[in-house]
Design a protein around this ligand. Structure first.
Ligand code: AMP
Ligand code: ZN
Length: 469
């Protein structure tokens, strides 16, 4: 299995630190809002990496954090007049719902920064003791970048270039730093902000130290894979390397994987441009499996442009797989013969080539687009070769093969009767119209139809509310 390592800028053979095991850390979202489809890209990609590793027989310890203390969370809490904790707890719960919808497996551990402050204080103290960090007069603790000779090795940035860039950007108030490149490990509290006591001042951790500490606690000092979106290469991951390697005296992560960005209308999708779409919005229009398919149909290191056309194409393509699986299931149920004949045995042997092709694609730096092509070849093969006369064993084996490969990609091929939010809302509107027209029979019919699909309606003074049972 080969993967592209940002550190060496080459595709490398994957050799785990410990045989049969993978220790993997993926930087998770800052929880102050519903996640957008850009955030969904690393979730889907690295969940697929994990699934493929598991398929290959590795035991994967997968850790992905929630950043639950941050300026944006505090700002939102102040706007709403609630605590930062309330904001982050709400959006962690919402994020987990979206992950479930996209069939992203829960991590082995989902640590939260605010639960790990002691570990952060310990690591910062060690860095100070070793001379890699210093506290300024106001209690801010900085990392002494120049002391770490390998700084820049991940982003392939040269310290001198960085320095001149930073000098131009240097802002007032930062003059307590020994060097403009130094970054914050701990900062003093501001009025109304959450804070923790520390040997330096009441305050809170910088963002980078969180991941170094959580990775160490749940995976150990050396890990196999550290991953995230490419915007994290610098400074976040560069700083994580500096902190962890200076503290532990060991190589932090062997392989660094980064997904390219998801764009919209060929522009970077971002909150500030106002052009982002939340996963929740997409879920009102599509089954989130379609979003997953859309992401997997491109290589993770290529920029991907979100468009309605591509989503429609993904929907149709996914439907072809689901239909094929459904047809195979019908054939298994209706088969007249049990065991496969000689001809069918030969065909099954032939079909093994699709699995081999799938694995070759995935072994080549997780080329999910090519892996999907292999799945479509299998679909075509099954559609052509499974007929009314096919045996149960033959149709069943092809179905099992299809389900297994799709499962590695996290695609659920079982036909779901699930009803989308938009369909529910349309039916509710129709019910309201029926009531207005005094067509109570139709109104009741709609209520019952929704109930059968697990949707409970409640008439309130503010209008009709619905919940999933
Ligand atoms: P954040 O909440 O901004 O820290 O982002 C969480 C994760 O989503 C990180 O791995 C980011 O790199 C990734 N991410 C954010 N926006 C995008 C995007 N438009 N495309 C791909 N990945 C993104
Ligand atoms: Zn991180």
């Amino acid at each position: 299995m080969k993967l592209f390592n940002t550190l060496t800028r080459r595709k490398e053979e994957f050799v785990p630190l410990e045989e049969g095991k993978v220790r993997m850390y993926v930087c998770g979202p800052t929880v102050y809002n519903l996640i957008h489809i850009g955030n969904a890209r690393p979730m889907i990609i690295f969940d697929t990496v994990r699934r493929y590793m598991e398929y290959k027989g590795y035991e994967v310890n997968y850790v992905s954090n929630f950043t639950d203390v941050d300026d944006k969370i505090i700002k939102k809490a102040i706007e709403e007049g609630v605590s930062a904790e309330e904001v982050s707890a709400r959006y962690i719960a919402e994020c987990k719902k979206d992950m479930a919808g996209m069939n992203v497996k829960p991590a082995t551990t989902h640590p939260q920064a605010t639960q790990e402050i002691d570990g952060m204080i310990d690591m910062i103290q060690t860095l100070i003791d070793k001379g890699y960090a210093y506290a300024a007069a106001d209690g801010t603790v900085y990392f002494r970048v120049k002391k770490f000779k390998e700084y820049g090795k991940l982003s392939h940035k040269n310290l001198d270039d960085l320095q001149s860039g930073f000098r131009a950007l240097q802002v007032s108030g930062e003059d307590q730093k020994e060097d403009p490149l130094d970054f914050v490990l701990w900062k003093p509290k501001k009025e109304g902000e959450p804070y923790w006591t520390s040997p330096w001042c009441d305050g809170r951790p910088g963002w980078h130290i969180e991941c170094s500490v959580m990775s160490k606690k749940y995976l150990g000092e050396e890990i196999d894979i550290h991953a995230g979106g490419e915007d994290l290469i610098f400074p976040h991951h560069e700083n994580e390397i500096a902190q962890s390697e200076c503290c532990n005296g060991k190589i932090f992560a062997k392989y660094w994987m980064h997904n390219a960005f998801l764009n919209i209308d060929n522009r970077k999708m971002s909150k500030s441009l106002g052009n982002f779409r939340t996963v929740r919005e997409i879920s009102q229009q599509y089954d989130l499996q379609v979003l997953r398919f859309f992401m997997l149909n491109a290589h993770y290191r290529s920029p991907l442009n979100f468009s309605a056309d591509l989503m429609e194409a993904s929907k149709n393509a996914l439907e072809r797989i689901v239909e094929a699986a459904s047809r195979l299931k019908d054939r298994v149920a209706a088969a007249q013969t049990e065991a496969s004949g000689e001809e069918e045995k030969a065909l099954l042997k032939e079909a093994e080539a699709f699995t081999a092709k799938f694995e070759d694609a995935m072994d080549d730096d997780f080329n999910t687009a090519d892996a999907l092509s292999a799945v479509f070849e299998l679909v075509k093969f099954a559609n052509t070769n499974v007929t009314e006369g096919s045996s149960k064993e033959f149709a069943g084996a092809l179905l099992a093969q299809l389900v297994k490969l799709c499962d590695v990609l996290g695609l659920i091929v079982e036909k779901k009767e699930e009803i989308l939010d938009k369909e529910i809302e349309d039916l509710i509107a129709e019910r309201q119209a029926a009531r207005k027209a005094k067509n109570f029979a139709r109104a009741d019919e709609i209520r019952n139809e929704l109930l059968e699909k697990g949707i409970i309606l409640k008439d309130t003074r503010e209008g009709v509310k619905w919940t999933r049972a």
